[in-house]
Design a protein around this ligand. Structure first.
Ligand SMILES: *[C@@H]1O[C@H](CO)[C@@H](O)[C@H](O)[C@H]1NC(C)=O
Ligand SMILES: *[C@@H]1O[C@H](CO)[C@@H](O)[C@H](O)[C@H]1NC(C)=O
Length: 247
């Protein structure tokens, strides 16, 4: 995990804040239909909305609405992790956001790392409100592939699902994230392989896909686990072309 020093966090947050409050001047004619698609970016363990700061302006400049969320006790969400009774509490900010999308608006979900669990749950709960889901080197459980089975593919995983979130047991995660073919399985799903990831090594990513094949796979060379920071242009352009293809 590459955790930046906290001073840098603050600077990045302010930069993110400025970016997120500035609007693109005009919508390019090649952009999405008004009110149709919103990119919703979901960070991994120990991170927050700030980690997407390089991607957000690129997506916005193509006319998309973008929301990067903070899960509970992440980023600027100051709720204490001690209040979390279950992983469902932790991912509630994403569920609440999808639930509150305007009529006719649908989400393009992008999950990183542990954020894949939140994205999976949102797909299962609101398949009709999700255009597609992109797993950027993210955990991708499936209908016959629960978290317990998934975590057996990587002995590091238990230690990765770190402070403060690793207060959820496998049982809690398996019981709260139950995925069905009918709902979760009805949403287009894309996996982005991060080739030089040393947290989720490439073999683990490929193994996960073997157990739960997505509709499409993208490969990004030379990216580490923090794919949105090490390869922001590459990732953003793939997200844009995937959005064109699947929405
Ligand atoms: C972005 O969101 C605003 C406010 O909800 C909405 O009016 C607009 O149509 C949306 N644009 C796109 C491209 O989805
Ligand atoms: C998760 O999957 C494992 C292995 O297939 C199974 O033994 C376990 O009962 C499952 N857990 C739940 C809560 O479904």
């Amino acid at each position: 995990m590459e955790l930046l020093p906290s001073v840098l966090h603050v600077l990045i947050f302010f930069q993110y804040f400025l970016l997120s409050t500035s609007r693109p001047p005009t919508l390019p004619s090649s952009g999405p239909n008004p009110g149709r698609s919103r990119f919703v970016l979901v960070h991994g363990a120990g991170h927050g909305a700030w980690c997407w700061y390089k991607i957000i302006p690129i997506l916005k400049s193509h006319g998309y609405n973008v929301t990067a969320i903070d899960l509970v006790s992440s980023g600027i969400n100051l709720q204490s992790p001690d209040d979390l009774r279950s992983i469902s509490d932790y991912i509630e900010p994403l569920i609440g956001l999808i639930e509150s999308l305007e009529e006719g608006e649908r989400a393009i979900l992008v999950g990183h790392s542990l954020g894949g669990l939140a994205v999976s749950k949102a797909m299962e709960m609101f398949p009709g409100k999700v255009h597609m889901a992109v797993f950027a080197t993210a955990l991708m459980p499936g209908p016959n592939f629960n978290f317990t089975s998934l975590s057996q593919g990587d002995i590091e995983l238990a230690t990765l699902l770190v402070r403060p979130q690793r207060i959820f047991s496998n049982k809690d995660i398996d019981e709260n994230i139950v995925l069905t073919r009918k709902r979760y399985g009805s949403v287009n799903r894309i996996f982005v392989v991060s080739e030089k990831d040393v947290t989720f090594v490439k073999e683990f990513q490929l193994w996960m896909m073997k157990n739960n094949p997505p509709n499409q796979v993208e490969y990004i060379k030379d990216s580490d686990h923090m794919i949105m920071i090490s390869k922001p242009l590459d990732l953003a352009h793939r997200l844009l072309s995937l959005a064109k293809k699947f929405t």
